[in-house]
Design a protein around this ligand. Structure first.
Ligand SMILES: Nc1nc2c(ncn2[C@@H]2O[C@H](COP(=O)(O)OP(=O)(O)OP(=O)(O)O)[C@@H](O)[C@H]2O)c(=O)[nH]1
Ligand SMILES: [Mg+2]
Length: 693
């Protein structure tokens, strides 16, 4: 079967940005202009297609990434609209993992905000080529050039404006296309066609200057343009576009366009730029994975005829339909009824139904070919990050890594009936969200839920109540502290029992050393000779790991240490895996106790954008929360304050900032790193947590 859309005419893109930049508004307008919807959805009126969850519509923010497909100039564009709030970073992470290109949206007034920087770095990590859309050009204080400057200075990107705005703020009318040399005027009405005219006399100097600058900048990044430029040749529009495409695909530069999604200005030009400059599945390197038969690294080409390989990136439980597994096909093709191999879990699954997702609507399809982002119903054992592939050509693709939660609260069911429902609901929620963890505290009997921030947990609790109809009581937020050692130690772990008949014998010598922050756990097997038979070593490692789950100071997980097993002994008859596991655990506990243990607390990166008059109050408040101001930059009429602040001091920050600044400042909080807690404070924390336990 030939493809409806040749691969070179497919685009898989994500809309990424800081909270409130206008991603969902842009996406809604894209749906309208591509003919996907007949009415324009509005974030403010709660009528969006993409933000369809109750929680999203009520709060006016995106919580979950939503996918859709539309068509523009004979190209098929699969779009994922992602949330901007950092608490939902997992949604951005998994989207970037399966997308080929990104549209980064900026608020023309605030420019590059904290979370834009975070998603930009995430996109860098996945080598995702992107274009920038400077939105909200209609707002008071919008400034195209300043935002371009910030893209360069704050993101270190080579910004290549391919437009300049016509007018600004309330007089914003459209943009001049620097390649075509045409002016695009928009009336602001959603159903009016743009008027395309020659550049006016008055705008000529600005246009010519900007065009010249673009060609020079492009020349620095592309040899062909440089040559033509030096030869003094006239460079055609097609040549300029081709060069811009090369530069964008190689991640050497980013084309920039502008507009106002709310005022229906410039969105069509964003679509043009997506088609012109963002990659098709053929433009990105073939996906690499591990050949399950040989264990060697292998690749899978973007080709319908190649063996099927796909990555599951999202699981959603639909109350009516059951489990929906979203996946991206990297190679080959799958049809309804086919068997696939889940190489991550070594399980076979049958594809019962295939659907294309349009936010929460499903369109049944009979097959999914290379480059498609689709979902399937009925898979039982497939989870986020799993590989699905052709059973006769098994391959394992790299999974998706997610950050660990930093904040927890205890929740309790209100009634007995709520108890069972709560367990089931939490199970579904953890399946959907890899940054949401649930744990049962043995000592207090409480259920502890953990997530990325206060808003994250607040949304989960609201969903429990409204979506799953579970009555719950919620405790105070708690910090996910960690423990670690600060000095190297050598310790012995012995687990020896002689109780007539068969005894137990495990004996290990382990050296523990501190590792730098964020390094986790490392195990080194350094036994000389045959002190312990090899088959017991995995048990020792498992014993150490298990003991690390509960530290010695206040029972928090132990992190950032290296354990070297350097000696030990065994008994011909009495040694067992269990005995060695116990010995490993004993050694670890003893080692941590003697290795000058300390408590670590999560430190958050805080960024506040505030009118100048409140700068003093905001800084005073940060200082009183054990925070440290790192930088303060004026930006237009406002100030950006960057600070580090312990998570434990950040609870309720949104409310207190609102009252300090009459609601005129915005902020974002994001996990930065773990840091040692002072001895005095550690004392208090230990008292509290051991008291509670
Ligand atoms: N003035 C103006 N407001 C806009 C524009 N685009 C969006 N907005 C408004 O900005 C607010 C946020 O828009 P959204 O589209 O929800 O932003 P978002 O980036 O999707 O936000 P999150 O998904 O929560 O990160 C809404 O009130 C929009 O109406 C624009 O071009 N001009
Ligand atoms: Mg949104």
């Amino acid at each position: 079967m030939s493809r409806e859309f040749p691969l070179e005419r497919v685009r898989n893109i994500g809309i990424i940005a800081h909270i409130d930049a206008g991603k969902t508004t842009v996406t809604e307008k894209i749906l309208f202009y591509t003919g996907r919807t007949y009415k324009v959805g509005s974030v403010n009126e709660g009528t969006t297609v993409m933000d369809f969850m109750d929680q999203e519509r009520q709060r006016g923010i995106t919580i979950k990434a939503a996918a859709t497909t539309c068509y523009w100039h004979e190209h098929r564009i699969n779009i994922i609209d992602t949330p901007g709030h950092v608490d939902f970073t997992a949604e951005v992470e998994r989207s970037l993992r399966v997308l080929d290109g990104g549209v980064v949206v900026f608020d023309g007034v605030s420019g590059v905000e904290a979370q834009s920087e975070t998603v930009w770095r995430q996109a860098d990590r996945y080598h995702v080529p992107r274009i920038c859309f400077i939105n909200k050009m209609d707002r008071d204080g919008a400034d195209f050039q300043r935002t371009i400057g910030m893209i360069q200075s704050r993101l270190g990107a080579k910004a290549l404006p391919i437009q300049i705005p016509i007018g600004s703020e309330s007089a914003f009318k459209g943009a001049i296309d620097l390649l075509e040399g045409k002016a695009w005027y928009f009336t602001g009405a959603h159903d009016a066609e743009p008027t395309i005219t020659d550049v006016t006399e008055a705008d000529q100097p600005a246009y010519l200057h900007a065009r010249q600058t673009l060609i020079e900048k492009l020349g620095e990044l592309d040899d062909e343009i440089m040559e033509a430029y030096l030869e003094g040749e006239e460079i055609s529009i097609a040549e300029l576009k081709a060069a811009l495409r090369r530069v964008t695909l190689a991640n050497r530069g980013v084309p920039v366009v502008c507009g106002s999604a709310l005022r229906n200005t410039g969105v069509q030009k964003v679509l043009d730029a997506v088609v012109d400059y963002l990659p098709s599945p053929l433009d990105v390197p073939p996906i690499t994975g591990i050949d399950s038969k040989t264990g060697a690294e292998t690749t899978r080409p973007a080709d319908d005829e190649a063996p099927f390989a796909a990555l599951a990136f999202k699981v959603v439980t639909d109350p009516f339909m059951g489990r929906l597994v979203y996946f991206r096909v990297y190679s080959g093709k799958i049809e309804v009824g086919n068997q696939v191999m889940n190489t991550t879990r070594d399980k076979r699954e049958r594809i019962g139904r295939l659907v294309l997702m349009h936010a929460n609507h499903r369109e049944d399809i009979t097959f999914a070919d290379t480059g498609t982002i689709a979902a399937t119903l009925g898979l039982k054992s497939t989870f986020t990050g799993d590989t699905l592939c052709d059973p006769s050509n098994p391959v394992l693709l790299e999974s998706i890594r997610f950050p660990e939660p930093v904040i927890s609260i205890a929740i309790e069911p209100k009634t007995r009936a709520d108890q069972d429902k709560m367990g089931e609901a939490l199970q579904k929620l953890t399946e959907e969200d890899p940054t949401f963890w649930v744990r049962h505290d043995e000592e207090t009997g409480q259920t502890i839920i953990s997530g990325m921030g206060e808003l994250h947990l607040e949304v989960i609790v609201s969903r429990l109540v409204t979506e799953f109809r579970v009555g719950v009581k919620v405790g105070q937020p708690r910090v996910a502290y960690r423990e670690t050692i600060t000095a190297p130690v050598k310790v012995e772990g012995r687990f020896v029992r002689q109780s007539g008949g068969h005894g137990q014998y495990g004996h290990v010598n382990v050296e523990l050393e501190p590792l730098p922050r964020g390094k986790g756990f490392e195990f080194v097997e350094g036994i000389k000779g045959q002190a312990i038979p090899r088959n017991f070593i995995p048990s020792i490692q498992a014993g150490i790991k298990e003991a690390m789950e509960n530290g010695v100071l206040a029972g928090y997980p132990v992190v950032d240490l290296k354990a070297t097993l350097y000696d030990g002994s065994y008994h011909e008859v009495d040694s067992s895996e269990l005995a060695f596991k116990m010995a490993g655990s004993i050694a670890l506990k003893e080692g941590v106790r003697r290795g000058k243990p300390v408590l670590l607390e999560p430190i958050m990166k805080l960024e506040v954008v505030t009118p100048q008059e409140f700068v003093g109050d905001v800084i005073g408040d940060i200082n009183s929360r054990r925070g440290r101001v790192e930088a303060m930059d004026p930006q237009g009429d406002t100030f950006i304050i960057r600070a580090l602040i312990p998570l434990s001091e950040s609870f309720g920050y949104a409310t207190s900032l609102r009252s300090l600044t009459q609601g005129r400042a915005t902020h974002s909080l994001e996990f930065y790193r773990y840091q040692e807690v002072s001895a005095a404070l550690a004392e208090q924390i230990m008292e509290k947590s051991t008291g509670k336990k």
